[in-house]
Design a binder for this molecule. Sequence first.
Ligand SMILES: [Fe+2]
Ligand SMILES: [Fe+2]
Length: 178
Amino acid sequence: MSKAIGSKYSIEYSKESREYFEFVKDLLDHEVVNEMKNFRHHYSTTCYQHCLNVSYYNYLVCKKLGLNAKAAARAGLLHDLFLYDWRDEPRKKGELPHGFTHPRRALDNAKEHFEIDKLEEDIILKHMWPLTVKLPKYAESYVIVFIDKYAALLEFGVHCKNRITGSVRHLYRHKHSA
Ligand SMILES: [Fe+2]
Ligand SMILES: [Fe+2]
């Protein structure tokens, strides 16, 4: 069972997320998307969970705004399909840092495994704008610029909460075993 961080609805089983699940289930079943579970992204969140968070909230916001919610969901799930641990990846001489280069890597990987249309391509490629200098072409691409940061903040919040809960548990155990 999967959930976007901060959402109470399970992606697979809640009626509230049925349309979203229909849009992305072929991607969620695909091994290359599941490979993202092997890479840590922000704090303790995996790339897979981060992409699920971005995809789900991207879908909700674009649906609310009357934009292409299907493209938002699918491109959101693939936007960080770069498939390496960016902390360990050695950078070639003269190569720009990960923040600038990974949207292209993600798009190349996505195109290798899935049919990607022009709108989805722009969403993936421009999600780090303004780092990726060229302006987004579509409203959906601007939405992901904000949702990506929002998801990173949520993930930071969960990380802090887990750290605090862990420390409190540790103190409690220590106090009661003394
Ligand atoms: Fe990214
Ligand atoms: Fe991201």
